[in-house]
Design a protein around this ligand. Structure first.
Ligand code: CTP
Length: 398
């Protein structure tokens, strides 16, 4: 999770059932170090208690314009970001028309910071031409929007209207809060997860990989303002909202996606566990068990994607970070890979330890650069490893 230490978020909660999800959003923002001030509409108070938000934020919650007559000006002036979650059709209409008829809308009208709205309503309210027009107005006024998502709605209907999940809102909010970094506006391509080599239409040879490290890197780069493409094999972890995701299965698919995506990229982070082997002559039909005793598979080396993209990367000056998973002499082997594959940096971790690498949520990596400088990181959450690796990439870019 990115660090939002010192950043101030104004959370406006209006009266949608999804108000309970905003409780989780507060926790995510607080955990990342942000200060959160909550303003609730009178309808929101019917959904979630003031005490819940007060306990989670450690700050008073504002519901009435007249309790502290200048609070709406101060809150709007001090915040780095205002998030309206859930944003009902009613509050969106009031915002679009510049109304200031309660504490929530007065604070938003006086806000000097970016505003992010998270619409949540019935599907027909969302589709109503009046709401469409209000959303157009808000967007053209520079208001940021996340959601709504399609899915089951409170009344048992299905369609667009569900508020986005707290994790996704958090990521968008973090991107708006972190602001400019050395990666802002640059294209970063990240590969993640395994690739599979089919042996018949239902079976494959592949590497173990959850995709967690690559996804953490993609999200961290996206939060820093980069334009991110995540080329992902079949990962067990779902990529969250934000980066463009290109799904692939085989190493060849990943190679093709890389060739296209690298065209206008500044950075490549190759975290995928690319299958090194392809099956020689995979069967076009399912290999039946009967009669398959002593079945032998012939494997051939598959494409080395870093080697294949070396020319393209060099000619475009793409800063490249590769990974190495090693069982023996990690530093020595990683250094060899760094020079053989034409990398700027390589992050190496040891295979076969349950607290790091494949499938784990934590990782311990050592970063080596092309000048031979070795930096050993402690065992950390993969999200923290991602932040540290991006700090190094940003340093190189500057
Ligand atoms: N890689 C690649 N294409 C492959 C295999 C790996 O581009 N066919 C990339 C990985 O994404 C990683 C780096 O190369 O960034 C090193 O991967 P690793 O599996 O450690 O090395 P290999 O080249 O496969 O060498 P070996 O398996 O012999 O250790």
């Amino acid at each position: 999770m990115s660090s939002l230490g010192g950043r101030r978020v104004l959370l406006v909660v209006s009266g949608g059932i999804a108000a309970y999800k905003s409780v989780m959003l507060v926790r995510l923002l607080r955990r990342a170090g942000a200060r959160v001030d909550v303003v609730m509409t009178s309808s929101a108070e019917r959904m979630v208690g003031v005490a819940t938000f007060e306990a989670l934020t450690g700050r008073p919650v504002f519901t009435d314009l007249w309790t502290e007559p200048l609070a709406h000006i101060e809150l709007g002036r001090e915040a780095d970001l205002a998030v309206v979650a859930p944003a009902t059709a009613n509050i969106l209409a009031r915002m679009a028309h510049g109304l200031a008829d309660d504490m929530a809308t007065s604070t938003l009208l006086a806000a000097a910071c970016p505003i992010l709205v998270c619409p949540a309503m019935n599907l027909r309210m969302w589709a109503n031409p009046a709401t469409r027009e209000n959303m157009r107005t808000l967007r053209s006024n520079g208001v940021h929007v996340v959601g709504p998502e399609e899915g089951e709605l409170a009344e048992g209907e299905e369609g667009p209207g569900r508020m986005s999940e707290p994790d996704d809102i958090f990521q968008v909010a973090a991107r708006l809060l972190v602001g400019k970094s050395g990666l802002a506006g640059r294209k970063v391509v990240v590969t993640a997860g395994p690739t599979l080599a089919p042996l018949d239409p239902v079976r494959f040879v592949g590497n173990r990989s959850s995709g967690r490290m690559g996804i953490a890197l993609a999200m961290a780069a996206w939060t820093r303002g980069a334009e991110v493409t995540l080329i992902a094999g079949p990962t067990s972890v779902q990529p969250p909202h934000g980066p463009k995701v290109v799904r692939v299965e085989t190493s060849e698919d990943m190679g093709r996606a890389l060739e296209t995506e690298l065209d206008d990229a500044s950075v490549l982070i190759m975290a995928a566990a690319v299958s090194d082997f392809v099956v020689d002559h995979p069967s076009e039909t399912k290999i039946k068990k009967a009669g398959a005793e002593g079945l032998e598979l012939r494997l051939e080396p598959g494409p080395d994607l870093l080697a294949e993209t070396r020319k393209q990367r060099a000619s475009r000056g793409i800063l490249t970070l590769g990974f190495a998973l090693e069982t023996d002499d990690p530093i020595g082997n990683a250094m060899k890979k760094l020079s053989a594959k034409g990398l700027d940096l390589i992050a190496v971790n040891e295979a076969g330890r349950p607290d790091r690498g494949v499938d784990a949520e934590t990782n311990q990596v050592t970063l080596i650069d092309s000048e031979g400088v070795v930096v050993e990181f402690p065992l950390m959450q993969k999200t923290e490893v991602a932040e540290r690796l991006l700090d190094h990439l940003e340093e190189r870019l500057s």
